[in-house]
Design a protein around this ligand. Structure first.
Ligand code: RFL
Ligand code: PHB
Length: 426
């Protein structure tokens, strides 16, 4: 029998969420409709959608609620690199048909600094393991299509999401559906997969939470461009003007990033300025970035954030709801997927066999990977970015570290095994 270890005498409903398009706001709220499910999932990002699929494979039913529209979720531009363990997990879960056809397998990356470009060969350095370039937006599209084809309870454009009774055996998920009706779902467990700005993490009493947070003094400007990539594998470039990254989405579409000021606005960066900065930061004799029309330009802040524990009573947090990493290590999406792989097993034990051991270990199991990725992402970020206001010694130390990483096998192995995923996902 499952027992909660934490009690909150003031266990109050936590409300949040925005009215998201649709007609919800204008419609009169109907009478509350009561429903039952095993797992109530808040958020239809990669974590919530994959969890609902992994649970369905184990015969566990769930309801997923999402404040945004399906079109919005499918268009949101975010991460692009899948670790080898993530690819294997998606394959084993029957979700990799398109990924296997369209994903670009990469056996390494290039590191550029001081006018030199160095290749790190992951196949050699990380025991044959590789990464795959396949955009998060495609992973989300595949997951939504599969969940809907399988008849999942997946509701978009909800508002007023609330969770309550987290320290009881029957927590409650409530929300207003897109048609304006208020719903209450009695659950065995609630999974908070609602990202950094969601309502689930704040539902854990402050006195029980510890938060580690670091904001970096720079942001990333990302440009998705209709231009064939000028490189076979990703280039991470350290430059006196700031960091730059050349990634891709296909053989026709490039994704490039520039370090910009934390308060930069997209209006400050017309396309001509973006391309000029990219050409300068990636400059090598006889080589140039291929330019093309922008399909999307967005600025992302850089933050490291960890909130512990990842479980409170019958609420389990997964993905960005519990932790954020700066994107330099390409870890955010992979961590979210690793969390729900652990959570699906933990909930199978709990709900199918009454075995609470994996659920009790959920937070610690996830946090050991979370901290490894948090460190790796911080290390890549601080090695590669220009720190505004830093003394000249800082840049000299960064260059020394970059030379070491590209000349010592031990140091290259460290980067490679973290980049492809450490520890390897079971
Ligand atoms: P997500 O993808 O944020 O999904 C959470 C979902 O929850 C919904 N939601 C709610 N639904 C119902 N009720 C509420 N009250 C709700 N509140 C929120 C949201 O609408 C959303 O659909 O979290 P998840 O599933 O944990 O996945 C994590 C990844 O998305 C994230 O780690 C990465 O995308 C991080 N990240 C990047 N990672 C990389 O590895 N490389 C990148 O280049 C990269 N770029 C990015 C990023 C994250 C960004 N964010 C969060 C602003 C760029 C951006 C802009
Ligand atoms: C991307 O393709 O969007 C991408 C790749 C590597 C990163 C971050 C983002 O480290």
């Amino acid at each position: 029998m499952f027992r909660t270890s934490v009690r909150d005498p003031h266990n109050q409903a936590v409300t949040g969420g925005r009215r998201a398009g649709g007609g919800g706001q204008r419609m009169k709220e109907h009478a509350t409709a009561g429903m039952r499910t095993q797992v109530g999932i808040v958020g239809a990002g990669p974590a919530g959608l994959l969890l609902s699929h992994l649970l369905a494979l184990r015969g566990i039913d769930s309801v997923v609620v999402e404040i945004r529209s399906r079109a919005y979720c499918e268009a949101r531009q975010r991460a692009g690199v899948l670790e080898d363990g993530t690819v294997r997990l998606l394959r084993e879960a029957g979700l990799a048909d398109r990924l296997d056809r369209e994903g670009l397998e990469h056996g390494g990356i290039h590191l550029q600094f001081a006018g030199e470009r160095h290749h790190l060969d992951f196949r050699d350095l990380a025991g044959g393991r590789t990464v795959t370039v396949y955009a998060q937006t495609e992973v989300v599209r595949d997951l939504i299509a599969r969940r809907l084809a399988d008849g999942a309870a997946l509701e978009f454009e909800v508002s007023g999401t609330a969770v309550a009774g987290l320290d009881t055996d029957t927590p409650l998920l409530s929300y207003t559906a897109a048609d304006g009706s208020r719903r209450e779902v009695t659950c065995d467990v609630i999974a908070g997969c609602d990202g950094f700005h969601g309502i689930c993490r704040p539902a854990i009493p402050d006195r029980l939470r510890t938060v580690w947070e670091r904001d970096y003094p720079y942001a990333w400007l990302g440009i998705l461009a209709e231009a064939p990539p000028a490189t076979d594998e990703l280039i991470y470039a350290h430059h006196p003007d700031g960091f730059a990254l050349h990634s891709m989405r296909s053989m026709q579409v490039s994704k490039l990033y520039l370090q910009v000021d934390p308060d930069a606005r997209a209006e400050d960066w017309p396309q001509a300025r973006i391309w000029e900065a990219l050409q300068r930061r990636f400059a090598l004799p006889g080589w140039a970035v291929r330019e093309g029309p922008a399909l999307d330009v967005a600025i992302t802040p850089m933050r490291s954030f960890v909130s512990t524990p990842m479980r409170y009573g019958r609420l389990f947090l997964a993905g960005d709801a519990a932790h954020i990493v700066p994107p330099t290590g390409a870890k955010g999406l992979n961590l979210a997927i690793a969390d729900v792989a652990v959570l699906a097993d933990a909930l199978s034990g709990l709900l199918l066999r009454g075995d609470h051991r994996l659920a009790d270990g959920y937070s610690d199991t996830c946090l050991s990977r979370v901290w490894r990725s948090t460190h790796f992402s911080w290390w890549m970020t601080t090695m590669l970015h220009r720190t505004p206001g830093a003394d000249p010694m800082e840049a000299a130390l960064q260059l020394s570290q970059l030379r070491y990483v590209t000349s010592s096998r031990a140091a290259s192995v460290t980067l490679a095994e973290n980049y492809v995923g450490y520890p390897p996902l079971r």
